[in-house]
Design a protein around this ligand. Structure first.
Ligand SMILES: Cc1cc2nc3c(=O)[nH]c(=O)nc-3n(C[C@H](O)[C@H](O)[C@H](O)COP(=O)(O)OP(=O)(O)OC[C@H]3O[C@@H](n4cnc5c(N)ncnc54)[C@H](O)[C@@H]3O)c2cc1C
Length: 440
């Protein structure tokens, strides 16, 4: 029987790993690769703020796991990770449900020789009251879509109530307050996308909520936006957002979220029709229950620099759900970024076959290529790092080009050159034949 490699989580990292290993080992029968995910399709997570604002139709960008598996020589199994039996080398899966709540696959166990856990992360609520009840999140496609539908509903209702002769709403519901908690890349990018959408929606006849009545606030407890990026990038993002009419509040901590407001620790109440929570991440809690594997306080699996979990060399973890030490000797871990998940996927795709051939694993070294933040169609800001480019800050058109390269790289790994080229052409055609915003 060939070696069984099971990958749980088909996201930015796991899908690239399954695809690469399928082509490398699965095609020749050198190993049996199985990818498990709780969903049937993959959407690259950094696109979700665009799905939420309606500027991207996710169905043009999703990847069907079954088709991907067939084309790339791996097997796909729907399932939800719920436990691990390290003695028997079996991963335990709970029933996987489809969108209608029907069972796609029963609870079961899958045997492995090598297991890679790549289940990502979700927003951390830090125990703030009201967050889970009243906030929207951008952790999954469904959540991003649900936010988009609520937003659109609000415009449609205002439109239906409006006096056609006046073009204004008679109930006074012609304003919208969106508060985004978290001034990292997700919050900043969403604010710009929503501002752009607020200008575009009236052009489709939904003019009852005028752009200037859409009040968007981004708040963060840090002293500035994009605290993880160089100071100049944060300042550029802040001045661009303010020029777009987005209010930026820093040094503000949230004490509670209600159904109509965000309350702050310094006693303010910020009115909110919608609150989006993008204030930090944690790994899924199920990782604390995996047969004694070590985790951090944010539920991430502790791994060695080889990406093997600290207590079991046959169980690997990668991407947002792994706490992998940085090689600089600091206490810090590899940051939870798509570029890190992609680099780890490439590392494992190169080194798991070598391990099968009896060689020792090298250490993973994270190469920070810099980070770029898109401000919708307006601009992008960020910094690049590399062997030739040393921490170069960028903005404008060039920054937008580099920003799009991260997704293009993911598409290239997943689809190959020809299909990526076709996808780009199709997207261009769609841009000319479809509305610029998703209106359903
Ligand atoms: C709105 C937004 C914008 C972002 N922008 C950027 C950016 O510009 N640049 C950047 O570098 N990073 C960005 N990120 C971060 C980036 O998306 C993540 O770092 C990256 O997706 C992590 O990859 P991953 O493979 O670890 O996890 P994910 O891509 O999250 O994939 C996890 C997979 O595991 C599956 N899964 C989860 N739980 C289970 C379970 N119990 N059982 C089975 N399957 C499960 C999920 O369905 C999913 O397919 C952004 C994130 C968000 C939310």
């Amino acid at each position: 029987m060939s070696h069984r490699i099971v990958i749980v989580g088909g996201g930015a990292g796991g899908l690239e790993l399954a695809t690469r290993l399928g082509r490398k080992l699965g095609r020749r029968g050198h190993a049996h690769i199985t990818l498990v995910d709780r969903k049937l399709t993959h959407v690259w997570k950094p696109l979700l703020h665009e799905v939420a604002a309606g500027s991207l139709d996710f169905s043009d960008n999703d990847v069907n796991y079954l088709a991907q598996a067939r084309w790339n020589h791996f097997e796909f199994q729907p399932g939800v990770l719920c436990g691990l039996d390290r003695g028997r080398r079996e991963v335990m899966l709970a029933e996987a449900l489809d969108e209608g709540g029907g069972a796609m696959a029963p609870a079961r166990r899958i045997a492995y020789d090598t297991l890679v856990l790549a289940v990502g992360s979700r927003s951390a609520d830090f125990g703030v009251p009201g967050v889970r009840e009243h906030c929207s999140f951008l952790d999954t496609t469904e959540e991003a879509l649900s936010f988009h539908r609520r937003l659109l509903r609000r415009y449609l209702q205002a439109h239906a109530r409006a006096d056609p002769h006046e073009g204004t709403d008679m109930d006074g519901h012609d304003a919208l307050d969106v508060v985004i908690v978290g001034g990292g890349a997700t919050g900043v990018e969403l604010a710009a996308e929503l501002r752009q959408a607020s200008w575009q929606l009236p052009a489709y006849g939904l003019a009852s909520i005028q752009p200037q009545r859409v009040r968007i606030t981004v708040l963060d407890r840090a002293a500035r936006l994009l605290a993880a990026l160089p100071e100049r990038v944060g300042r550029d993002a802040e001045s661009t957002l303010e020029a777009l009419g987005v209010r930026v509040l820093c040094d503000v901590a949230v004490s509670e979220v209600t159904d109509a407001a965000v309350l702050t620790k310094d006693g303010k109440s910020i009115p909110a029709t919608f609150v989006v929570w993008a204030a930090g991440i944690e790994a899924p809690e199920v990782l604390d229950t995996l047969d004694g594997l070590e985790t951090t306080s944010r539920h991430q699996l502790k791994v060695k620099p080889t990406l093997q979990t600290t207590l079991d060399g046959d169980v690997f973890a990668m991407g947002d759900c792994a706490a992998c030490p940085l090689e600089d000797g600091s206490e810090r871990s590899v940051p939870p970024l798509a570029q890190a998940a992609q680099q780890q996927a490439r590392f494992l795709a190169e080194n798991l076959p070598r391990r099968l051939a009896g060689r020792t694993l090298p250490d993973f070294r994270f190469r920070n290529r810099g980070s770029l933040v898109s401000l919708a169609g307006y601009t992008a800001v960020g910094s690049l790092m590399g062997n030739l480019l040393r921490d170069v800050t960028l903005e404008g058109r060039l920054a937008r080009v580099f920003y799009s390269l991260l997704y293009r790289r993911h598409q290239l790994v997943v689809h190959g050159m020809a299909r990526t080229a076709m996808a780009i052409v199709l997207a261009r055609i769609h841009r000319r034949t479809e509305p610029r915003l998703k209106l359903h």
